[in-house]
Write a protein that binds this ligand. Sequence first.
Ligand code: CP
Length: 304
Amino acid sequence: MHLEGRHLLNSTDFSIEELFSLIHLAQEIAENPTDYSQTCRGKVMASLFYEPSTRTRLSFDAAMKRLGGSVIGFSDPDISSHSKGESIEDTIRTVECYSDIIVMRHPEPFKPHKLSTLISNPLVNAGDGPNQHPTQTLADLFTIFMYKKKLSNLKIGFCGDLKYGRTVHSLIKAMDRYEDNSFVCISPDNLKLPEEISKNLASQLIESNQLEESMKDLDVLYMTRTQKERFPSVQEYERCKGSYILSHEKLRFAKEDVIIMHPLPRVDEIHESVDRDKRAVYFQQAKAGMYMRMALILSFLGIQ
Ligand code: CP
């Protein structure tokens, strides 16, 4: 698949057909990694992270290196000329001179969208504040497809901080495009899914503040962390944290074939006792993210 001349800024930027092509390519790479190990030789990916990350940054890094390419960039803007007062607009124009694709995480919503107008090489939004995380959605779609063999006719529970959780905002919009999906949004009253998202969904949506009773007929349970860094005060975060903790004991309410997902990092919302359950797939999800990012890089660079 070819995505040259495009950016990835929102989880709905690609068509359903393009998403299936990416999923199939990611699957093919996962099954035959050596066939792809030199495909990006001579290509450079720039990785500009203005916010902390483990999975997104390192899986992009690993993806490019496993394709034979190289990576430049920073994980902390204070070691760049940002600390001398350079504007981010000048930074991105400069970095485009040295690279073939740019991956960026920024705390300000829509910052990558604005910067994308300044460059021609592909810009990938690796998370813009509480707004969106489209490449996590690609990893999530691949994971759901691996386990459920479909992306439609599924009942998906989203649990935790649905107000600030960008992975939820991106995934719920993406899953809304497939037929016959329904959503159960489980959160405290002050961390509900923003109305500007819920009111634009075509799928059925139920809101609840009870995890146990919502769990019984879910096909996917997507747990999330309370996003401490987005709260206006520590006191407000302290009032909300620990609202939902999934333990192995609580899983007795769930279906035998539910999959438990989490974009990670987790704090306390999934007890370690759940990790041993075959329904817990969050580390497989993290690995799927790397293969999906390999497929994305190849498609953006027009290599296949
Ligand atoms: N899922 C995710 O975005 O994790 P990181 O913040 O570690 O990149």
